[in-house]
Design a protein around this ligand. Structure first.
Ligand code: CA
Length: 448
């Protein structure tokens, strides 16, 4: 997802008040919320950043009369009682409580079903959208100052009997959103089954269905492997990922062109009313292959992203049974499916690997692993030791891992064993990573 990544590149401001925001409006509220959430010792803000925690506490108690010192003493007593009561057993919020990294709750009001995207609204410091597979797009306040409201609802456009991987799958704000108000989404429609890339206008604070302009429709035979990520690159072009659209085994070999857009990442110029092919697309002057294609041979590139520092494109590609993989996408690249799965030949007969690009990283799904969720090359400051590391997850196990993108071999390490259904990542303006889950909660990858 995530929409306005291009605009993130231009917005380096930190999020106002994200850590300094008062945790509660009174000492009683502070105690009630903390007890209700039973956050782990390591998750406590005072452990993460004592100075910011102290400032936040002072901000919390300041409006309630009495001296700050007396209120602080009361708060301290309550706090330490809570710590004594709640610092046993695993944390209820997914933070391991041990290890170097964890997940800090983020935008607590964003508790929606099937969340699969998060994007700051360009030009608005406190507002973001949360994209849900059921078609509702929620406007949320990242400081939880304002209750969520509907930013858009495209559920009436979706196929009426969606399978597990169908629905509203991706959203991106135009790089010029503040002036053109354009929002791009990719969703699954029915009768006949197809994927649709559409542009909407967001005016008066929300998306109008009447403003829909369909840019691209991709016929689909099955309900799975739809891809669906929509991202503007640093070059201003729209990138859309499409899975092979096939059931197990890829019998139709859709990811190997020339006659289909499936199993590819597309690159489109959407600056006008319909889309055009950028002149430097890798196949713009090649006959016999769709000129929209930027890279192909992908099985289900569900989530991809651009490195905000280098502009390079990285994707997770969901495998069949044996391998999950991460690819460094280059224009015109053939990433192998369904000749290969990960680093291994998939089809035992006629396995010609010449010209195929191997994954940068691949892992055999173990335990409850099932599908890679592509993330980001980390460029934040809070976890500066991870600068240049590619952070990703596995959907079923919730394992969040990273490897050094400059020397991937042997550097893969697990950061958080979250046990969360991680559906997507998003990059905040300050470079920190939002973890979007199917557990009706958002988090930020953080240090314990
Ligand atoms: Ca591959």
């Amino acid at each position: 997802m995530i929409g306005s990544r291009a605009s993130y590149f231009q917005n380096t401001a930190v999020i106002p008040g994200r850590l300094l925001q008062p945790y509660a409006s009174s000492t009683r509220e502070y105690a009630r919320r903390a007890l209700a959430e039973r956050r782990s010792c390591a998750a406590w803000p005072m452990r993460r950043n004592p100075l910011r925690w102290l400032v936040g506490v002072l901000e919390t108690i300041r409006p309630f009369g009495g001296s700050a010192a007396s209120n602080l003493i009361k708060l301290a007593v309550v706090t330490f009682v809570i710590i004594g009561c709640s610092c046993t057993g695993p944390a209820a919020d997914g933070r391991s409580g041990e290890g170097e990294y964890g997940l800090a709750p983020f935008v607590r009001s964003a508790a929606f079903d099937r969340m699969l995207g998060f994007s700051m609204i360009p030009g608005e410091e406190d507002s973001a959208v949360v994209v849900t597979q059921n078609g509702k797009i929620w406007r949320v306040s990242i400081t939880d100052r304002v209750a969520p409201s509907l930013f858009g609802d495209v559920s009436s456009l979706l196929t009426r009997h969606p399978e597990n991987e169908e629905g509203l799958l991706g959203l991106a704000f135009s790089p010029e959103f503040e002036s053109d108000r354009r929002v791009y989404v990719y969703y699954s429609a029915g009768d006949p089954r197809r994927g649709v890339l559409s542009r909407f206008l967001a005016q008066n604070g929300s998306i109008s269905l009447d403003s829909q302009r369909i840019l691209l429709e991709v016929p689909q035979t099955y309900g799975n492997h739809n891809g669906g990520e929509v991202v503007f690159g640093p070059d201003g072009f729209l990138y859309l990922s499409l899975g092979d659209g096939e059931p197990r085994n890829g019998p139709g070999d859709h990811a190997q062109p020339p006659d289909t857009l499936l199993g590819s990442i597309l690159r489109l110029d959407v600056s006008r009313e319909s889309y055009a092919i950028p002149a430097d697309n890798p196949f713009a002057r090649t006959s016999g292959i769709r000129t929209e294609i930027y890279a192909y041979g992908l099985r289900n590139p569900w989530r991809f992203s651009f490195d905000r520092q280098t502009g390079e494109l990285w994707t997770g590609d969901v495998g069949q049974d044996a391998w999950e993989e991460v690819d460094h996408i280059i224009p015109g690249g053939n990433f192998g499916w369904s000749v290969m799965e990960g680093p291994a030949c998939y089809k035992s007969v006629d396995c010609d690997t010449s010209g195929l690009i191997m994954p940068v990283h691949a892992y055999p799904p173990e335990g409850s692993d099932c599908a890679v969720i592509g993330g980001y090359i980390y460029r934040g400051e809070a976890l500066s030791e991870l600068d240049g590391w590619y952070v990703y997850a596995d959907f079923c196990s919730g394992r969040i891992s990273a490897f050094n993108a400059n020397s991937p071999q042997g550097t893969d390490r697990m950061l958080v064993d979250s046990h969360r259904k991680v559906s997507s990542f998003s990059e905040l303006p300050d470079g920190e990573l939002v973890v979007v889950t199917f557990d009706n909660a958002l988090y930020v990858l953080s240090r314990n």
